[in-house]
Design a binder for this molecule. Sequence first.
Ligand SMILES: [Cu+2]
Length: 148
Amino acid sequence: MSKTALTILIIIVLIVVGYFIWGGGPAKTEEPNLETVSQEMPVEGSNTPEMIVEAGKNIQEFDISGAPFKFSIKEIRVKQGDTVRINFTNNEGLHDWVIDEFAAKTKQLKAGESETVEFVADKKGEFEYYCSVGTHRAQGMVGNLIVE
Ligand SMILES: [Cu+2]
């Protein structure tokens, strides 16, 4: 091996060793401690909606089931302008889910059937939703939609 080749080899070894000592190795830069900002969602029992933002609209989704003669959720609360999506499931008997002021209603569903209705809560106030089958409404199969 010639002297030149040996010199080049030594230089290469020094460069490689130097790289590992000072340059390379695992990066030890301290990652900034990213504080996770946890947003507390208000808990309002079972009528807390699942909030979905979809194509620019705020969708408040509620799963409501019906049985003689009641709805599983007696009160739902949304903000004016929200899109309200009701996933209505009938557990027993024949029922529907109707809200006159927003012209939204499901078909009359048999036990085990489900239907989804969607509408925009474009006015503030308190509105009653109910089951339109027979005298169910008078028997207490009602609930309140509150638009704030
Ligand atoms: Cu009913």
